[in-house]
Design a protein around this ligand. Structure first.
Ligand code: SF4
Length: 421
């Protein structure tokens, strides 16, 4: 039988004298400070990388799922970088000149710049449900797509503003229809069937349904809401729908009665001059009318479940933009701030994205407004503001939480990227 004998060093607790205690305290404080500083630096660097990738795009040496055409910002590759979901321009002129490249490693992928590895990355594999078709032969991928972990569809692929003087200049809603990548109108039943497959086969966690605008009193809200109801009842997924302010605000209550979780009512820019140029019909609706629609929607869906795209890099005044974001946050609206994505086939296809330093300053200030109101990217239940991949807000929020970056002063209006008539 062996007897375990502890050494005297194991047995004797040596009490440090006061000088040693102070030295130990100082060492521990220094180690904690170093760890915190390192974490903050890493979080800040990662946030800056995310913002830079979204602006400059990414060259890819491996296959990557991309979003092409559709309403709003698109034409982007979809991936996770350092754990953050992001969409970044790939395969267009901006991306071809990007200093960033996605490469395969022994296990997984990583982002490199000038040969230096910056962050691990993972890509979205081709969703399994893309290989299925409805009983009448429509491929599932023409009905809805998987944007990372969100099932997404433009339920009506036409817009009353397309092809005339009202067309939103950043939009590409008819581009994917013209190329045969989708069908003109999806039925609630089709969407429910495909959403179930996206959830079961590919792990979709929510559904984002948008629509072109109609000339009707509801601007298309009722139909997209019926689609949402069918998707939610069949799949159980939380659903966001997106529509323009209806002519009668009671329609927002009707939409709420159908079980929709979140809504996007997108003003696109708070700068009236820019809005008049890039989205003339929305400008005629007027920014004040957006606020009226948002107030009604917040009363129906709750604070943080109502969002608006705010597109940066269209020549907007940053102070006007930030003031609009602050007012929106004050009434419970989530300002989903994104850089312009030049969509091939849109009227702004040749625009270059904004300076990432400008974008990051806006993100930091908007994130700080939201923090003061207890709002962040974990609040929305569904939709673009839940996914966050098109914005750098979540990575900036994370950096602000870990570090103590001061609120940055917003500088002068950036160089005009949209040439106006
Ligand atoms: S309202 Fe504007 S952004 Fe929306 S689908 Fe129509 S043209 Fe595109």
């Amino acid at each position: 039988m062996s007897v375990h004998r502890e050494s005297s060093a194991d047995l004797v607790q040596v009490a440090p004298h006061r000088g040693q205690e102070a030295a130990i305290d100082a060492a521990e404080t220094s180690a904690a400070t170093t760890a915190a500083t390192t974490a903050a630096t890493t979080a800040n660097e990662l946030a800056s990388l995310v913002v830079d990738l979204q602006a400059r795009g990414l060259r890819v040496e491996v296959p990557i799922e991309r979003r092409q055409g559709g309403a709003g910002p698109s034409d982007s590759g979809m991936l996770w970088v350092g754990g953050f979901p992001i969409t970044a321009p790939t395969g267009n002129a901006a991306a071809a000149g990007s200093p960033y490249v996605l490469k395969a490693e022994d296990e997984g992928y990583a982002i490199f710049r000038a040969g230096q590895r910056l962050a691990g990355a993972s890509t979205q594999r081709r969703p399994r449900f893309y290989d299925l078709a409805t009983a009448d032969g429509v491929p599932y991928w023409k009905i809805g797509l998987l944007h990372l972990d969100s099932f997404a569809s433009t339920v009506v692929q036409t817009c009353a503003y397309w092809g005339n003087a009202n067309q939103c200049k950043f939009c590409g809603i008819a581009v994917s229809l013209d190329s045969g990548r989708t069908i003109v109108k999806k039925s609630p039943e089709q969407l429910a069937e495909v959403a179930c497959a996206a959830k079961e086969l590919d792990g979709a966690v929510d559904a984002t349904l948008t629509t072109g605008s109609s000339n009707g009193v509801d601007r298309g809200a009722r139909y997209v809401a019926r689609c949402a109801q069918a998707v939610k009842e069949a799949s159980g997924l939380p659903v966001e729908i997106q529509f323009e302010p209806p002519l009668k605000l009671d329609i927002i209550n009707e939409v709420g009665d159908l079980g929709v979780d979140s809504v996007g009512i997108h003003v696109e820019s708070f700068d009236p001059e820019v809005l008049a140029y890039v989205a003339p019909a929305k400008a005629r609706t007027g920014i004040d009318r957006y606020f009226e629609a948002w107030e009604r929607a917040v009363a129906v869906f709750g604070a943080g479940q109502v969002s608006t795209y705010v597109i940066l890099g269209m020549g907007e005044d940053p102070e006007v933009t930030l003031d609009g974001c602050r007012r929106a946050v004050d009434i419970g609206v989530f300002p989903f701030v994104v850089p312009i994505r030049p969509v091939a086939g849109s009227l702004m296809e040749d625009v270059m994205p904004p300076d990432p330093a400008y974008t990051e300053r806006i993100y930091r200030t908007v994130a700080s407004y939201m923090a003061l109101r207890g709002m962040d990217s974990s609040v929305p239940k569904a939709g673009c503001a839940r996914c966050q991949a098109c914005s750098g807000l979540r990575s900036v929020e994370s950096a602000l939480r870990i570090g103590s970056s001061p609120l940055l002063q917003i500088g002068r209006r950036p160089v005009q990227v949209a040439s106006r008539p």
